[in-house]
Design a protein around this ligand. Structure first.
Ligand code: DQA
Length: 138
């Protein structure tokens, strides 16, 4: 059984409530339940934190004993050298995902500390971005 974790960064606990015109009206847990049902052959887990160091701890925890990490570091994507370094340090491949097309938004969202060390980047497909990332590991 493949072991995959989805790691979500700051403010993504508000999905469904937060700027629904950009991020949609489904909560992440609702979405996660449907994905778990759809891929019963995958050992899928989910972690969300608003705290940078907790995201780094989780990357380290899963980074040597799982098959894939789907990471939406949210705003930390554009600011965090620490998360970028963690992605570089671990062995498990990381797919960077974003719900919105960050390149069609403000210029500060065009920079990513994760992309250079990610296996790939999927963005702009709404919550489907996560599912595409999972499929890429299967
Ligand atoms: C995001 C894009 C980021 O720029 C933003 O800070 C987020 C969400 C996305 O999934 O589209 O919080 O990562």
């Amino acid at each position: 059984m493949k072991k995959i974790i989805i790691i979500n960064g700051p403010n993504l606990n508000l999905l469904g409530k937060r700027e629904p015109n950009i991020y949609g009206s489904l909560s992440f847990t609702e979405f996660f339940d449907t994905v778990k049902e759809k891929y019963p052959e995958v050992e899928l887990s989910y972690f969300q934190s608003n705290i940078e160091g907790e995201l780094i701890d989780k990357l380290q925890e899963f980074g040597f004993n799982s098959d894939g990490i789907v990471l939406n570091a949210a705003a930390y994507t554009h600011t965090s050298v620490g998360i970028g370094d963690a992605v570089k340090a671990i062995e498990t491949p990381v797919i960077e995902v974003h719900i919105s097309n960050t390149f069609s938004r403000e210029e500060f969202r065009h920079q990513s500390f994760i992309s250079p060390n990610a296996k790939g980047v999927i963005l702009g497909f709404g919550l489907q971005s996560y599912e595409l990332a999972i499929q890429s590991f299967l």
